[in-house]
Design a protein around this ligand. Structure first.
Ligand code: ATP
Length: 361
């Protein structure tokens, strides 16, 4: 019996989004075809494109259609520049994460360059609460002005969110089976209550994973360690804002945001979304590095395999990953995009991936 096609929503987003998502979709299509994985791609409106057509950046039709899809590929969103009259202001991506309870943001950081120091770590970032005002309340916005000279920002930390992000991190460490080490990152010396709750839950969860060591580190000190000795980390688990900041720091150790993929995942849904933003400075020039969005797409297919056990989804994920990594490991640095010191356009680099895909079994 043949499987029905996997329905994958494609949300291009803003800035460099259309360019990098287009590359990711081309690579996905070719790899899925090679592995006889039936796909149905469902383009959906989001961001400025949606605002122009529907008057809002995250139309209800988009959310409705997303529900009917098996997975989603999202490009970056220029949320900071959305018009104030947008009913979805300020953050479509926060709303998606909250609506579909995408509580875990998995952000691997790897060095791909030949001969470079081996860096291979994963940041497991809580995704639904903390200081992020677009998602930390049931209704309303978690930042407000009690008077014209004062802003209050609300931080929310719940036992449930800490417990499940810790559980995810230990499972990631066990599945990787590398250093078998989870580092819980916090600022518990200042945020005594919130990070105290977080740390307590990570310690409780650690007890369920006797094969995995747990370390604890203050976010400032871990930030420095990430710069000095990124190779010493395995899995980092942390709250939303620290995870957001540390993942850019960690990406900097391997060549920048063009190489930083991520998956937003929950119990029932997952969304590929590169760590980088919409990079308006380079948008529309065909010079963005699509690797982060492509590797995020591979992560989505690995997640789909964990749910549907379709071998062809797993093979699609590993083929995308292998071909992209081979393209990144080229000896001829001119074949890389400009962020990595090369001369290749987004399209040229995507063609390199195709060439490597052709060489795979
Ligand atoms: P936003 O406002 O959407 O957050 P931003 O420009 O402030 O966008 P990022 O998009 O995360 O923040 O990127 C910071 C810088 O890193 C960009 O100015 C861009 O030059 C570079 N950059 C980010 N992503 C890529 C990429 N995929 N390829 C090449 N350079 C990138």
């Amino acid at each position: 019996m043949t499987n029905p096609p996997l329905r994958i929503a494609v949300l291009k987003g803003d800035g460099i989004g259309p360019e990098v998502v287009e590359s990711a979709v081309e690579v996905l299509n070719a790899t899925a075809r090679k592995n006889s994985l039936p796909l149905e791609l469902v383009p959906l409106l989001i961001g400025f494109g949606a605002y122009r057509e529907k008057g809002r950046t995250l139309p209800p039709e988009t959310l409705q259609e997303m529900k009917k899809c098996d997975g989603w590929i999202l490009g970056p969103l220029s949320a900071g520049s959305y018009p104030k009259d947008d009913p979805d202001y300020p953050m479509a991506s926060g709303k998606i994460r909250k609506t579909f309870d995408l509580f875990a943001n998995i952000r691997p950081v790897r060095s791909f360059r030949k001969g470079s120091q081996e860096i291979d770590l994963v940041i497991v970032r809580e995704n639904t609460e903390d200081f992020y005002p677009d998602r930390n309340l049931f209704k309303g916005y978690g930042e407000f002005w009690p008077d014209k000279d004062t802003v209050l920002s609300l931080r929310v930390i719940t036992r449930k969110a800490c417990q499940r992000i810790a559980d995810t991190a230990f499972r990631v460490a066990a599945a990787r089976n590398k250093k078998n080490l989870v580092t819980a990152v916090h600022k518990g010396n200042v945020l005594i209550e919130g990070d105290g709750l977080f740390l307590g839950e990570v310690r409780n969860v650690a007890a369920n994973f006797p094969g995995i060591k747990m370390k604890e580190g203050l976010v400032d000190s871990v930030g420095m360690q990430l710069v000095l000795a990124p190779e010493s980390f395995d899995v980092i688990v942390t709250t939303n804002m620290f995870g957001d900041i540390l993942s850019d720091v960690a990406a900097g150790t391997v060549g920048g945001l063009g190489l930083a993929p991520s998956l937003n995942s929950g119990e029932y849904h997952a969304m590929a979304q590169a760590v980088h933003g919409s990079a308006p400075d380079i948008a529309g020039k065909q010079i963005a590095n699509p690797a982060a969005e492509i590797l995020s797409t591979a992560m989505l297919f690995r997640w789909l395999y964990s749910r549907n056990h379709m071998e062809s989804a797993d093979k699609t994920a590993s083929d995308i990953e292998k071909a992209t990594i081979e393209a990144l490991r080229t000896e001829d640095r001119a074949k890389l995009t400009t962020d990595l010191g090369g001369k290749a356009s987004t399209r040229d680099f995507t063609s390199q991936i195709f060439a490597h895909l052709d060489k795979l079994d």
